[in-house]
Design a protein around this ligand. Structure first.
Ligand code: FES
Length: 510
């Protein structure tokens, strides 16, 4: 890898400064800053538009086709199609007032002061500071959840919480980390003395309970339900945070079992609860969460997918960051790998893993049972990154859990199958929909599947603007949502085992 001169990339409005070598895809740089690429960087949507304020970014054929002449002349580019060519100052459309949910700007009631939206993920925390008058994002800070050192998935956190002092330790870790991230947001936006009016947090049930100080012991055994999944409010003193103003701090309510307020946020962001037609929403995290419904009725469920989609328990697995194989394609009968950050491969992330399995099935390297063909022990994708038999088994467990959960929820739904499925979360942004269908993870044609970005965070941002007329409990909406406890259904295990295999059918790879 050449050690070219580092170029400076300044982001507006957040004032983040990045450094990158010539030729580094903007997509890789911005993804690590929490920017979403709704069509997976295929140049098909406008979700990643940036405006070049200083410097130059070349226009390729895709951009000529997708952007108008006026837009191009005005400096607009598709970040997913650009590479670093020199120093740049760019403005991110995504963080402007038009907070996007399926490409429709949402109307908000301007309010004075600042607001903070927090997505408390099992693996990652994302925080945004918003100007409540303009809706603009002023700063973004992300971090790995400090609890992750105690285990990658929610059940490992629940186990630690069961040990003496464990729940308290996890609570202190998450509260203090989020408090620090909010302090960093204010510093980055030069707003240390501005008034914060509202802080809205969303997360799955375990994250909700650990932050709020609610005992997670009931989530460690059947029926995996807790008596207090509701809205929780705090004062600064409760949390030990030192912030300007006297903000209302609210963790939005959960929906039941392991289905938390991240999914409530997803329902708000995708407007699933207002849809006439049936729509699905899936969050492919360590704790897979699924919703199917329309404006009359909604069903939700969770299924323990494990951490394979986030690269954990995979021999060379890693999160989607620099050096991760994030895409595997077949070109002229050969495997081609795309590495994030334009670097030598260091490992493979979830989207790369799903692609690799799909490619392996197409090339006959992997059998529908999941076994490597011809007794092979491993498959080298791009040295030094290989897949082992155990990696494929881990992927099968994750995909089996999601596919079984979806199948059982669709059976329970009983009405017309949804013709649109939103994929929530960073993984949903990057995963190839064809590969997801090929391995039987999502039994939906790619054209019906729509990456929806970080819908949990979008929902938290929407809540920042609607809390004045709403106490944040979303009681009416929650009344229309039925939680389906899959683990209470004796059929689940049987369906899960059936869904462990990969589909054997021939498939046209795009
Ligand atoms: S056009 Fe770039 S992510 Fe869709």
């Amino acid at each position: 890898m050449t050690k070219d001169k580092q170029h400076r990339i300044l982001l507006r409005p957040t004032r983040v400064e990045l450094k990158a070598e010539k030729g580094t895809p903007l997509r890789d740089l911005l993804f690590e800053q929490g920017v979403e690429f709704p069509c997976g960087g295929q140049g098909r949507c406008h979700g990643c538009r940036v405006k070049v304020l200083e410097g130059a970014a070349s226009v390729n054929r895709t951009q000529q086709d997708r952007l108008t002449r006026e837009e191009l002349a005005g400096g607009w580019r598709l970040a997913c199609q650009c590479v670093t060519e020199g120093d740049l100052v760019i403005e991110l459309r995504q963080w402007d007032a038009a907070i996007l949910a399926d490409d429709t700007p949402f109307a908000f009631q301007p309010r004075p002061g600042l607001g903070v939206a927090v997505d408390v993920g099992t693996t990652t925390l994302v925080t945004q500071l918003l100007d409540l008058t303009t809706g603009r994002v002023l700063a973004v800070r992300t971090g790995l959840n400090a609890q992750a050192r105690h285990g990658a998935d929610v059940m490992s956190r629940v186990r630690l919480a069961g040990v003496k002092g464990g729940q308290r330790e996890l609570e202190e870790l998450i509260r203090s980390q989020i408090g620090k991230l909010i302090g960093q947001l204010l510093f980055a936006a030069n707003a240390s003395s501005a008034e914060i009016r509202d802080v809205v947090l969303v997360g799955n049930t375990v994250m909700h309970h650990l932050f709020c100080g609610i005992n997670v012991e009931p989530l460690s055994h059947y029926p995996f339900e807790t008596p207090k999944p509701g809205l929780m409010s705090f004062h600064l003193q409760n949390l030990g945070w030192k912030l300007p103003g006297e903000p209302r701090i609210r963790f939005l309510p959960c929906l039941g079992g392991f289905v938390g307020s991240d999914i409530l946020g997803g329902i708000l962001a995708t407007r699933l609860g207002e849809s006439e037609e049936a729509v699905g929403l899936v969050d492919l995290g360590t704790n897979g969460e699924i919703v199917i419904g329309n404006r009359d009725r909604m069903l939700c469920a969770s299924t323990a997918a494990g951490p394979a989609f986030e690269g954990a328990r995979i021999s060379m697995g890693m999160l989607a960051s620099t050096g991760a194989i994030s895409e595997v394609r077949i070109e002229d009968g050969q495997v081609r790998c795309y590495v994030l950050g334009h670097r030598e491969p260091r490992g493979i992330c979830g989207s790369g893993l799903v692609d690799a399995a799909a490619a392996g099935l197409e090339l006959g390297m992997i059998e529908p049972s999941g076994r490597f063909a011809h007794g092979a022990k491993q498959w080298t994708l791009a040295p030094p990154v290989s897949l082992t038999q155990n990696d494929v088994r881990e992927l099968q467990l994750a995909k089996g859990a999601i596919a079984a959960g979806m199948r059982m929820l669709l059976d329970r739904w009983g009405e017309k199958r949804p013709s649109r499925l939103y994929l929530a979360g960073a993984f949903g942004n990057y995963i190839s929909r064809s590969s997801a269908q090929r391995i039987g993870l999502l039994d939906f044609p790619p054209e019906q599947v729509e990456p929806a970005g970080n819908t949990a965070l979008l929902g938290a941002k929407l809540a920042l603007f609607s809390l004045d007329g709403e106490d944040g409990s979303y009681a009416e909406l929650r009344n229309r949502i039925e939680h389906v406890p899959l683990n209470a259904d004796p059929r689940f295990q049987e369906v899960f085992v059936e869904e462990l295999s990969f589909p054997a059918r021939n498939f046209v790879y795009d």
